[in-house]
Design a protein around this ligand. Structure first.
Ligand code: ADP
Length: 396
C-alpha cells in the first residue's frame, strides 16, 4: 500500500509517499510560497535528483495537483497514476481533548478539528485546507488525521491543569496538551524495541530536541507528562522560543517596550530562545562554532539550554518515581553530541552517564550510556512521516 503523508502549513505543503510494506520513501518534497509570488515545488524521487518546478500555486488545491503530477510524471514520477496512491495521512497539530488517537477523516471529524482551531490558530486552519484540497483532487482515497497532541491525552489531570481559575478550563479548555506526540510515541516504542523489551514495562523519558523541543515522560507505554502546554511555547528553551518564563514578564516587557501582548507573544515565539539569548543563531551548529570561538553569549545559551533539559529530566524522574531509559531525538538530539554530553553531566545521581566514544555518532540508533549504568541513555532517530503512514495503514 502506498501512503501519501501530508504536512500542510499556511503557505507550504510537505509530503512523502511511503510504501507501507517495505516502509521505503518513494518520493518526498515540499511546495513553498503557496498563494504568493515565486511558488515552487521541490520534488525528490528515491535515488534520484531533486527536481524544482516553478509554477504559480494560487491555492493548496493547485499545490496538491502539482504534487500528484510530480508523483506520476513520466520522468521523475514514482507511480503510474493516482490509482497507486491508496491512502493519505494528514499531520494535524491540535486535536484538543477530542482526539486521543488517529481517526479516519469524515465530515464529522473535520468539524471537530475546526472546533480546535482556536487552540492552534496558525496551524489547524492550514491543516484543514490541506485536507479539503486532497479531498477535491482525490475524492475516493481514504484519509486519516494524525494529531500532534493525541499521544499526550493520557496525561492525568494533575499534570495537565494549570494553577488558574477553573472557569478558564471550563469555558476555553485552557490546559496543557503537549505536542510532537507522534514523535514521542514513535521514539519511546522504538527505544523499547531496540532494548528487546516491551514499552509497557518501562519508564522512558524522550527528549525531542529540534527547532521546537519538548520532553515527555512515558510510563508503562502511556504519556504521563510533557513539557509543552496549551501551545508549543511552554517548556524547554528552543531555537527561537523562550519556553518557561515568569508570566509577569509579558506585562513588564509590554510596558517597557511599548508593545502589545500579541507583539510580546511574537517576540517569545520568534525572537527568543537560544537565538535571542546568544544573538548568534537558532541553529546549534552555528551556536557550537561560536562557543568554540570564545563567544560568551553562545556558551551561556548552550549552558542554559542543556540545564533546562536536565531539570526537566529530573522532574520526570520524580513524576515516574524512576527512569529506565532516556532517549534523545530530532535534529539536535540526534546530531549534536555536545548537547547530549552537556546534559549527560547532570545524570550522575541516576547512576548513568554518557560514553564519549559512543556519543560521537550522528543520526543513528545507538546506546550512548556505559554498559553498567543503571539507566540506558540512547539516541533514537525519529520518523514522524513513517509513524503517520503506519497509523494511516492501521486505520484504513
Ligand atoms: P524541526 O523542528 O524543524 O523538525 P529538526 O528536528 O529538523 O527541526 O531540527 C533542526 C535543528 O537541528 C537545526 O536548527 C539545528 O539546530 C539542529 N541540527 C541539525 N543538524 C545538526 C548537526 N549536525 N549538529 C548540530 N545540530 C544540528
Amino acid at each position: 500500500m502506498n501512503v501519501l503523508v501530508i504536512n500542510c502549513g499556511s503557505s507550504s505543503l510537505k509530503y512523502q509517499l511511503i510504501n507501507s510494506e517495505s516502509e521505503e520513501v518513494l518520493a518526498k518534497g515540499l511546495c513553498e510560497r503557496i498563494g504568493m509570488d515565486g511558488a515552487r515545488l521541490n520534488h525528490t524521487p528515491a535515488g534520484g535528483e531533486k527536481v524544482v518546478i516553478e509554477s504559480p500555486m494560487p491555492d493548496h488545491t493547485v499545490a496538491v495537483q502539482m504534487v500528484i503530477d510530480a508523483l506520476t510524471d513520466a520522468n521523475h514520477g514514482v507511480v503510474k497514476s493516482l490509482d497507486e496512491i491508496d491512502a493519505v495521512g494528514h499531520r494535524i497539530v491540535h486535536g484538543g481533548e477530542k482526539f486521543a488517537s488517529s481517526v479516519v477523516i469524515n465530515e464529522e471529524v473535520i468539524k471537530a478539528i475546526e472546533e480546535c482551531n482556536d487552540l492552534a490558530p496558525l496551524h489547524n486552519p492550514a491543516n484543514l485546507i490541506g485536507i479539503r484540497a486532497c479531498q477535491k483532487i482525490m475524492a475516493n482515497v481514504p484519509m486519516v488525521a494524525v494529531f500532534d497532541t493525541a499521544f499526550h491525552q493520557t496525561m492525568p489531570e494533575k499534570a495537565y491543569m494549570y494553577g488558574l481559575p477553573y472557569e478558564y478550563y471550563e469555558k476555553y479548555k485552557v490546559r496543557r496538551y503537549g505536542f510532537h506526540g507522534t514523535s514521542h510515541d514513535f521514539v519511546s516504542s522504538r527505544a523499547a524495541e531496540i532494548l528487546g523489551k516491551t514499552r509497557e514495562d518501562l519508564k522512558i523519558i524522550v527528549c525531542h530536541l529540534g527547532n521546537g523541543a519538548s520532553i515527555s515522560a512515558v510510563k508503562n507505554g502511556k504519556c504521563v507528562d510533557t513539557s509543552m502546554g496549551l501551545t508549543p511555547l511552554e517548556g524547554l528553551i528552543m531555537g527561537t522560543r523562550c519556553g518557561d518564563i515568569d508570566p509577569a514578564i509579558v506585562e513588564f516587557i509590554a510596558n517597557k517596550e511599548n508593545l502589545t501582548v500579541s507583539e510580546v507573544n511574537n517576540v517569545m515565539n520568534k525572537k527568543s530562545g537560544v537565538e535571542g539569548m546568544s544573538r548568534v543563531s537558532s541553529d546549534f551548529r552555528d551556536l557550537s562554532k561560536a562557543m568554540d570561538e570564545g563567544n560568551a553569549l553562545a556558551k551561556m545559551a548552550l549552558e542554559a539550554y542543556t540545564y533546562r533539559v536536565a531539570k526537566y529530566i529530573g522532574s520526570y524522574v520524580a513524576a515516574m518515581n524512576g527512569v529506565d531509559v532516556i532517549a534523545f531525538t530530532a535534529g539536535i538530539g540526534e546530531n549534536d553530541g555536545r548537547v547530549r554530553a552537556m546534559v549527560g553531566e547532570y545524570l550522575d545521581y541516576l547512576g548513568c552517564g554518557i560514553d564519549a566514544e559512543k556519543n560521537a555518532i550522528r543520526g543513528e540508533e545507538v546506546i550512548i550510556s556505559r554498559p553498567d549504568d543503571k539507566v540506558t541513555v540512547m539516541v533514537v532517530p525519529t520518523n514522524e512521516e513513517l509513524a503517520i503512514a503506519r497509523q494511516t495503514v492501521a486505520l484504513v
